[in-house]
Ligand binder design. Structure first.
Ligand code: BES
Ligand code: MN
Ligand code: MN
Length: 464
């Protein structure tokens, strides 16, 4: 790995330009108006994998957006790394809060990124992080430093729940056979505090609809005499947490694994400043489940959050009306051992049971997935840890994240291998928010670190 630094120095402008080209394509999987762009992005990934040295690259159709599969098999007796990532992005709205258009990438300096950051939807989640792997492969193949086999599986439906990936994985177990799965789609604590994500939360996402009278009514003539679906919905939602911010759905916590005091003490050692956290979000106080710290609340504890709520009149001025219907989208972040389908059912039963007779309630499950935790004594984790030591000069801290990549637990189930989450984004990179960005330093550091993972993984695996 002698040349990696000089290779990056020599090619960094091209690495940045190529990523910028990829970021210009609005691959918004949630919005069918962008279908052509999503498909074009898959084509662009295919070309980039071919250029980077994959021997075989194919666009695998699914019932939704295709999966780009590529591989370079140098010797079937050597270990195989399977890289997963996604080429789809979140919708960029609200557009007016962006300082520059989301699909016209620009490089700007920030407090956290004095070397510049690329601002665009998908810069960090996940085009930038996924493309680090493509460029790391380019380096390894061009310099004869690829020590093992590599497979790529890049999907286009992660941001909408990966509905078709499970079927693809189950149907292609042999093709996807591997010794470790490597993903960069998470974050790290800080540029001088490298960390490896060892856990992801599960997810249950539901939509609820509350119907009162069969039509919108005059709020004077009928007000007070019939159930107002918006009043009822908000009351029902409010009752889902008690005064300690515990979730009130019966059975919700039954399977939650409680961490030991030692594990919690270990977690608390990770550097964290509550003051900086509050400052970064412009809040005077944090808020959450009684008895847990901020870092525990957003990683090892389950949550229930309203993601959107609507109904009635929201236009200009005032309209005196009792709406016929009210709606909300609700997500529950789950921790390992909680089963998302069971939680969805518990939610549905409870939500229907608390509705007054004066309304009808419909609960529609959207999607979900299981949480994930991975041990730090696995070969993959050890190899990743050594890789960070090489490029950051520090041992990375294992950290459980609050986000979800629901497909990861399915990978383990179907492919029987561990996933290593080497994320290089920062919490402040604003993924899913306006002005998403990815630090140029982080991008290049990722490209530098990944080849070391391959080297150490191959060495450790071969010594087993
Ligand atoms: N890359 C994120 C997940 C993530 C980000 C995990 C940062 C840990 C740290 C992923 O693209 C994502 O947004 N996942 C969704 C779930 C999905 C089913 C839409 C999420 O976590 O909301
Ligand atoms: Mn992602
Ligand atoms: Mn995302």
């Amino acid at each position: 790995m002698q040349n990696i630094k000089s290779y990056i120095d020599e090619h960094k402008q091209r690495f940045i330009d190529e990523l910028i080209d990829l970021l210009k394509i609005p691959s918004i999987s949630a919005d069918s108006a962008y279908k052509k762009d999503v498909l074009n992005t898959a084509d662009a990934i295919k070309v980039s994998l071919e250029k980077a040295g994959c021997d075989k690259v194919e666009i695998c159709p699914t019932d939704g957006y295709p999966i780009v599969y590529g591989e370079k098999i140098i010797d079937i007796n050597l270990p195989t790394v399977l890289v997963y990532g996604h080429y789809d992005v979140q919708p960029p709205d609200p557009l007016d809060l962006w300082n520059s258009p989301p699909f016209e990438p620009v490089i700007q300096n920030t407090d956290k990124h004095p070397e510049g950051a690329i601002f665009a939807r998908g810069a960090c989640d996940d085009k930038g992080q996924m493309y680090m792997h493509v460029k790391a492969l380019e380096y390894m193949t061009n310099n004869n430093e690829l020590p093992c086999n590599v497979k790529f599986m890049i999907e286009g439906e992660e941001e909408v729940g990966s509905a078709n990936l499970g079927k693809f994985v189950a149907a292609n177990r042999e093709k996807l056979e591997n010794d470790v799965i490597l993903i960069s789609d998470t974050g790290m604590i800080a540029k001088n505090v490298p960390s490896i994500t060892t856990g992801l939360r599960g997810l249950s996402y539901v939509e609820v609809e509350v119907t009162g009278p069969n039509r919108d009514l005059h709020s004077g003539l009928y007000g007070g005499a019939v159930a107002n679906p918006i009043n009822v919905l908000t009351k029902m939602i409010a009752s889902l947490h008690d005064e300690n911010n515990h979730i009130t759905i019966p059975g919700f916590y039954d399977k939650v694994e409680n961490l030991s005091d030692e594990e919690r003490a270990e977690m608390a050692k990770a550097p964290f400043s509550l003051d900086n956290y509050k400052k970064a979000l412009d809040i005077d106080a944090v808020y959450g489940e009684e008895g847990y710290t901020t870092n525990e609340r957003n990683s090892i504890r389950p949550t229930l959050d309203v993601n959107g709520i609507w109904g009635g009149y929201t236009g200009e001025g005032a309209k005196t009306v009792i709406a016929s219907k009210a709606f909300a989208k609700i997500s529950m972040r789950l921790v390992p051992n909680q089963d998302w389908e069971e939680i969805t059912q518990l939610f549905k039963t409870h939500f229907e049971s608390i509705a007054p007779d004066a309304v009808k309630v419909k609960v529609t499950p959207h999607h979900g997935g299981q949480g994930y935790v991975t041990p730090i004594d696995s070969t993959g984790y050890q190899a990743a840890s050594k890789a960070y030591e090489e490029t950051f000069g520090k041992t990375p801290i294992p950290q459980r994240s609050g986000g979800s990549i629901p497909i990861v637990s399915l990978f383990e189930q179907e492919l029987k291998s561990k996933t290593i989450l080497m994320g290089f984004g920062l919490d402040s990179d604003a993924i899913h928010s306006p002005n998403e960005h990815f630090g140029v330093w982080n991008y290049l550091k990722g490209i530098e670190t990944i080849p070391w993972f391959y080297k150490y993984f191959t060495e450790l695996k071969s010594a087993e």
